[in-house]
Design a protein around this ligand. Structure first.
Ligand code: 4AD
Ligand code: MG
Length: 461
């Protein structure tokens, strides 16, 4: 493997002879020679190459080089007279691997993100989407680093499942039944006993339930995988396929869960600030000028913590008009979440002890009988970044909550076993990885922070 521009520029000095590979961003004709801006994806910065007219393929190839063409350039590093760069490369040999004809869609002009989404197979070659991809990779590594350093084990929970974790029914069915000719039972219903898994199966909405089984064996685990929601949410914060990080800790109560969530988010903010400075500065300058200050604030300030009841009181103070009015018992909308974190506290807020009616069946009931030990982490610009809870560890109370939620406890026999055999207090949360990326890049729409987004009406690529 040959060195990439980022590494070359960090170790090279004027006078060195180097070789680079990459794609042409622009070519400017300067009479006897050409300036060619090359980017190889290794960083937001490319390298300017000066190609002299004397090169043997100058007239035949270089003079017609178009944006998007791929090259290998050998030459000598010289001091750059242009602003913003220390070096440029004085080419001695240029090999053109592939041309990009005039219909290459990424010509040098501003494209809308909506347009770029339609060419998602090419959009990582733009500055913005390339930077998103690098920050995404870096944060993914930071997630594993954070948990590994704290004695957590990474568990690969199943993608195909027969239990509905959130009990919300927003699942994609997985089946090999022929829709034109399904097997039928005697009373003319579809006979799922004849389906691939012998019963209805779906893509998972969360790895939590299986994660709990492993936490109650290994003590501390986390999952980091794709999750799927068939909800028809056409918002800039929802995807049908997204990645979630779910830690689960045995012998841990809601306070421990909140402490872990806060430490985790602050660690990640610090990590990108230290390791992705160039890309973050690009986002701050070109996409949203609050990116750096928000991340710095997260890294340095403790989060606010308020109960759901206090949150409702703040929302009802009358200082702000909302589209959806609030009352005790209602679910918080994004506008409410953003008001709390952006206007009231101006930093992330953890809201805890939600009414049981609006939360999932597995959350531990508080002594008041009305609220559960749930918590959401709300962050500026996004609203909910994390949802989590202490889990109900009492077998009989859990069965009751399942019945109240309309779930059949027989479907969850193994989950209930965890409360029968050595049950222990435990809890965890889920962090939506793409929401973290919205926070870290300033991008407006979640469809821009996953390489090939899936949302209602779209699974192209
Ligand atoms: O709040 P949620 O639904 O919680 C769970 O799934 C729990 N089982 C997690 C746990 O306790 N282990 O989802 C967790 C997070 C949300 O806070 C949000 O950041 C993200 O996942 N999320 C989505 N991100 C993108 N698109 C969607 N449709 C999302 N739904 C949830
Ligand atoms: Mg939630």
């Amino acid at each position: 493997m040959e060195k990439q521009i980022k590494e070359l520029l960090s170790v090279s000095k004027v006078g060195d002879v180097i070789k680079i590979n990459g794609w042409v961003r622009t070519r400017r004709d300067a009479g006897q020679f050409s300036f060619v801006q090359i980017n190889d994806g290794s960083s937001i910065d490319g390298l300017q190459v000066v190609v002299p007219g004397e090169l043997e393929n100058y007239k035949s190839e270089i003079a017609h080089l178009t944006t998007g063409s791929s090259l290998t350039v050998e030459g000598q590093l010289v001091e750059s007279l242009g602003k913003g760069q220390a070096f440029e490369l004085q080419a001695r040999k240029v090999v053109v691997h592939g041309n990009a004809p005039a219909d290459y869609p990424l010509q040098k002009k501003r494209h809308t993100f909506e347009f770029l989404r339609e060419i998602a197979h090419l959009r990582a070659r733009t500055n913005s989407l390339g930077a998103v991809a690098r920050v995404r990779s870096s944060l993914s590594y930071a997630v594993h680093k954070f948990y590994t350093e704290r004695g957590f084990f990474n568990v690969h929970t199943p993608i195909i499942t027969t239990s509905d974790c959130e009990g919300a029914g927003a699942m994609f069915r997985v089946t090999t039944i022929d829709p034109e000719n399904p097997p039928k039972t005697e009373d003319q219903k579809i006979d799922y006993r004849k389906d691939f898994f012998g019963k209805p199966a779906s893509l998972t909405v969360s790895g939590q339930l299986e994660g709990e089984a492993y936490a109650l064996a290994l003590g501390r685990i986390y999952t980091f995988g794709p999750t799927f929601r068939a909800e028809n949410s056409n918002t800039p914060r929802h995807l049908a396929e997204f990645w979630m990080i779910e830690p689960e800790v045995a012998f841990c109560d809601l306070n421990g869960v909140m402490d872990l969530a806060e430490e985790f988010v602050r660690y990640l903010a610090n990590y990108v600030l230290e390791n992705n400075r160039d890309d973050l500065e690009f986002f701050d300058k070109r996409i949203d000028n609050t990116v750096l200050s928000t991340l710095e604030n997260i890294a340095s300030e403790p989060f606010a913590r308020i109960s759901y009841t206090e949150a409702i009181e703040l929302l009802q103070s009358g200082k702000e008009k909302f589209e959806f009015p609030t009352s005790w018992g209602c679910d918080l909308q994004t506008e409410h979440e953003r008001y709390l974190t952006e206007k009231v506290y101006k930093k992330p807020v953890i809201v805890y002890d939600y009414p049981k009616e609006i939360k999932a069946f597995y959350m531990k009931l508080n002594e008041d009988g009305k609220t559960v030990r749930a918590m959401d982490v709300l962050v500026p610009r996004i609203g909910e970044l994390i949802g989590g809870s202490e889990r109900e560890e009492n077998h009989d109370l859990l069965v009751e909550r399942m019945r109240q939620s309309g779930l059949d406890e027989k479907d969850y026999w193994w989950y209930l076993d965890l409360r029968k055999f050595g049950s222990a207090p435990h809890g965890g949360f889920g962090l939506g990885f793409e929401r973290l990326l919205l926070l870290s890049t300033g991008m407006q729409n979640i469809r821009e922070v996953i390489p090939f987004p899936r949302f209602p009406g779209s699974a192209e690529f």
